[in-house]
Design a protein around this ligand. Structure first.
Ligand SMILES: Cc1cc2nc3c(=O)[nH]c(=O)nc-3n(C[C@H](O)[C@H](O)[C@H](O)COP(=O)(O)OP(=O)(O)OC[C@H]3O[C@@H](n4cnc5c(N)ncnc54)[C@H](O)[C@@H]3O)c2cc1C
Length: 375
């Protein structure tokens, strides 16, 4: 639980909260007022996060990072999100993702620049609903020729390279690294989703890459992709939990403020019942998150618990923000209201990184067919 942290983790939590309070909050206010460009503020956040020893927590020691374990990262993400600050994404540096343990050639050309913030990566798995076959790769000597369409590549238009899942002839699903501007890579469409993030539809027409662009062994693309997505699920649950705490803090103030009826809304029993329910759900969500992080910290495989956490945290946060809007009234539907913005932002998490119902099916399969998963 977040209460029983050792002194190192307690210190990490305090440093994260201090960074938010002393650096992110004032910088975000200056960006909001138009006084400071967002890009300048983000650069200042990155420098401050490096000084506070937070930036390198997601980066391998070999590249100058000081990698944090699952519990430390959960704590930092929960704490950062509890400030609901628009600059918090710059605090943790880019992680290696599926490039972890890649071959030496890719370390120099792709991994090192990615970790240094000099190159941007995207991850392409999802294919159009009407695709007749998976994106595939044929061998041509020591090269591969990749063809097909990926329909939902976050940051795909701006990326320098795209880690792409392909069906490799004779080997099965394999991850390969494709430079975004290689001949044959076409940007079909760039679109924005409800949460404000940007994505691309990419088409590959016989894109030639050397076989050294294969990540891991041919055929191990799915476990490698799922490993990356599995880590992201715990990260989403941590952010959702922090945002739930922020929402409850915001509501607390709303319900205690003067109201035109003559008494604060929080004095009404019906409102208190609803508010209490939200606190109960947030309590369960945070307890679940830290138990899962501790299981991971102890070296357990948390594939099933990570899915359970992601489902519960994203659905609970959805309910908390939705009820928060209800209790705040019409003003919370103004598009500039923080709850209206949060409502749009968090909806995507019930579909991204594995649609929640698909994860439910996997969770049931893990228990019924393999006897896996904790209660
Ligand atoms: C913000 C955002 C960012 C994303 N970024 C990326 C990215 O960077 N790279 C990438 O590859 N993808 C990305 N995606 C795509 C995401 O991974 C897919 O949207 C998700 O996996 C669902 O796939 P789909 O959209 O094709 O829906 P479908 O697979 O067509 O499913 C639609 C719905 O049908 C139901 N359903 C489907 N199958 C089952 C089943 N077996 N059992 C029960 N119900 C089922 C579910 O309710 C599901 O939501 C992103 C999505 C979002 C929203």
């Amino acid at each position: 639980m977040p209460e029983s942290l050792n002194s190192t983790l307690s210190d990490l939590q305090s440093r994260t909260a201090a960074l938010c309070q002393d650096v992110l909050v004032p910088l975000a206010a200056r960006v909001h007022s138009g006084e400071l460009p967002r890009a300048v503020a983000l650069a200042e956040v990155r420098e401050a996060a490096k000084s506070a020893g937070l930036f390198g927590l997601t980066q391998p020691a070999e590249f100058g990072g000081r990698p944090g374990g699952p519990l430390a990262l959960t704590l930092v993400r929960d704490t950062l999100a509890s400030f609901n600050n628009p600059l918090s994404g710059a605090v943790l540096g880019p992680g290696p993702g599926v490039l972890a343990d890649c071959r030496p050639e890719l370390k120099d050309t792709h991994l090192a620049p990615l970790l240094a913030g000099e190159k941007r990566a995207a991850f392409a798995i999802t294919e159009p609903a009407d695709a007749s076959r998976h994106t595939w790769a044929e061998r041509d000597g020591t090269d591969l020729l990749v063809s097909g369409v990926k329909s939902y590549v976050t940051g795909g238009a701006e990326a320098d390279f795209v880690n792409t899942l392909v069906e490799l002839e004779g080997a099965g699903r394999t991850l390969v690294v494709i430079d975004r501007h290689s001949p044959g890579v076409h940007l079909v469409e760039r679109f924005e989703s409800l949460d404000g993030s940007h994505h691309a539809v990419l088409r590959f027409d016989q894109v030639r890459i050397p076989e050294t662009r294969i990540l891991g062994k041919p055929g191990e693309g799915m476990p490698r992709s799922m490993g990356q997505i599995g880590d992201t699920r715990l990260a989403i649950a941590a952010q959702a939990t922090g945002l739930a705490r922020w929402t409850l803090g915001f509501l607390n103030e709303q319900l205690s403020a003067p109201h035109r009826s003559g008494q604060p809304l929080g004095d009404r029993e019906g409102v208190r019942l609803r508010y209490a329910d939200l606190r109960i759900q947030a309590y369960a969500m945070r307890s679940m998150l830290y138990r899962t992080a501790r299981l991971a910290e102890a070296g357990n495989n948390i594939r099933n618990e990570g899915m359970a956490c992601k489902i519960f945290a994203t659905e609970t946060l959805g309910r908390i923000v939705d009820d928060g809007i209800q209790l705040s009234g019409g003003q919370a539907l103004s598009l500039s209201h923080p709850l209206a913005q949060l409502y749009q932002r968090v909806r995507a998490w019930r579909i991204a990184e594995g649609a929640n119902d698909v994860l439910r099916i996997n969770l049931a399969r893990g228990a019924l067919e393999f006897g896996l998963g904790e209660i």
